[in-house]
Ligand binder design. Sequence first.
Ligand code: FAD
Length: 318
Amino acid sequence: MHKLIIIGSGPAGLTAAIYSGRANLQPLVIEGRAPGGQLMGTTLVENWPGDKRIMGPQLMSEMRAHAVACGAQFVSDEVVEIVPLPSAHNGCSMFNIKTSSSGDFEAHALIVASGASPKKLHVPGEDTYWGKGVTTCAVCDGALFANKPVVVVGGGDTAMEDALFLTKYTDDITIIQLFDKLTASYAMQQPVLANTKIKILYHQAVKEIIGESGHARQLVVTDQRNGEQTTVEAEGIFIAIGQVPNTKFLKGLINLDEYGYVRLHEAKSDRFSMLTATSVPGIFAAGDVADQRYRQAISSAGSGCMAALDVERYLKKY
Ligand SMILES: Cc1cc2nc3c(=O)[nH]c(=O)nc-3n(C[C@H](O)[C@H](O)[C@H](O)COP(=O)(O)OP(=O)(O)OC[C@H]3O[C@@H](n4cnc5c(N)ncnc54)[C@H](O)[C@@H]3O)c2cc1C
């Protein structure tokens, strides 16, 4: 029986592992299919405090080594189901955690830090140039494309937000939208439509991403009305067609919102509120899996810290 199992090894999970390891909770981290999380798929990170420029994989490898030094243990597998067990110790929760190939584990408390996966276009060139011009994070990577032509793929709120954010860096922004109009809310559309730095191409489906010298340079798009193919120059390609939270294994167990993100339920522990609690006592959540708004490494790490401190307080009661 573990005191704490952490599900996920991105910035949220590893920060939770560092804090809970130092608190002697001997956390077990079930890493998932993407050890290190989303930052493993990017190149330069320029907004991690204390490191002006660090490669994503290097940052995550340092975080993991830090967690190991604090006593965290790791299992390389993914969680497929969580079953609450009848509790034995004064009502303290107990959970059975089933993994796909490493068997079952039991724990009194869980931190869900399973993140989210950006939706992809699934076109040729996307994987080849992922992190080399193709990205899903304007806030993270926008500054890398100062004064360069960039494309935002998508017509929803995220695409509008990304296009507007990119106007800080360049005045050559093209939105590629599949439909005949934008799907973003009226309030989000207005500043985009009024901005002369942003051009919108409607009815266009991305067919391929073409690169040169190891970096994305162009998109091939097809006009949905007549099948005509054209190319659009772009050094930065921001795919903003949505994200899918990794919560399949939580369905029916804890409250999720309409998009599948974990709903946090503030809970009381002594005089403190536990802001990372979920609808099930003993299950806490941190990072992108419970956050549609901030979606940054530092905000995920911050909530991982909060979840570990909440678990410490929660377990102290028993
Ligand atoms: C291309 C790109 C570039 C980015 N650049 C930056 C940047 O420069 N700066 C910045 O601050 N942010 C950046 N971000 C955003 C940042 O990566 C995320 O906000 C952050 O990684 C979220 O951390 P997380 O720990 O919540 O989840 P994730 O990083 O998504 O990690 C989730 C973890 O959960 C695991 N997991 C999933 N399902 C299961 C399961 N069933 N069982 C067990 N484990 C599971 C996965 O294997 C993974 O280890 C970028 C994102 C992308 C996609």
